[in-house]
Design a protein around this ligand. Sequence first.
Ligand code: PLP
Length: 301
Amino acid sequence: MIFPVSKISLQRLSDELFDQKQVCLSVLRLDTLHRVVSGNKLYKLHYFLQNALQQSLNGMVTFGGAYSNHLVAMAFACKEAGLKSIGIVRGERPPLLSHTLHACIDYGMTLKFISRQEYSEKEQPGFLKEIKAEYENYLVVPEGGYDPAGSAGAAMIIDLINEDCSHICCAVGTATTLAGLLQGIKKEQQIIGIPVLKNMHDIPQRIKFLTNHLFNPQQLKIINDYHFGGYAKKTPALVDWMNLLYQKHQLPTDFVYTGKMMFGIIDRIKKDLFQKGSKIVCIHTGGLQGNLSLPPGTLVF
Ligand SMILES: *Cc1c(COP(=O)(O)O)cnc(C)c1O
């Protein structure tokens, strides 16, 4: 890993609730890797970077929306590795670019805007062929790093948990991180995935594609109750709760992924859905830059 993993720590949260329920809760702070580019995205890119460097390619090309954590991570990682980066962005170029896209440009990424219609066809062989022809000597990285190489990189996150634990929890977007974690856990451990999209029912098929392994269903629990209306949707209750979490534990979260995941896990502790003695580790996958899309003053951090 070419990033400063020494900055990552396991933060133990103390709370009467956890004492009362006799559980421990710690948070693996991947968000501290970098101010803008944080968390699981850099891990997912690890093997893509390695491949591009080994093959002496010019750079990498990938896809994302205007607020994509993946795009900005790619831009940053490529800059650090001395590679060029191309970001293919969903939708026509708006008059004002998002802070995320500005950050991408600052890291040297070339942006190319395509219509939503075209974007929706980006996984089709014809489209990929065109991209490969247009960007010769570039590695094409799927949106969100959704690829076995992405999962293999995410599997390295397990090594950062230097404490015994019974449960490892993460937010789920493409399930690439989840699949990686699942590859690395011990027999007696369980992964809890909190999808941030509504009705995400194809996770086993995704894991099969990402790892080519069958997993033990007892080692994975998917909880579909905490998407708060769907991807990047939020409620005032979620925002208030994130502010409270910060005030209590100095733990900043983002409203798209980690806020929902932490809410879900602590809600399940309240509802006695963890056995006494459980040692829970939540993966803070970062994404804090996404909060800049909220009106100023929404969050206290
Ligand atoms: C992308 C992202 C996720 C989801 O990761 P997947 O591997 O796509 O499931 C979780 N948290 C944050 C902060 C992210 O940016």
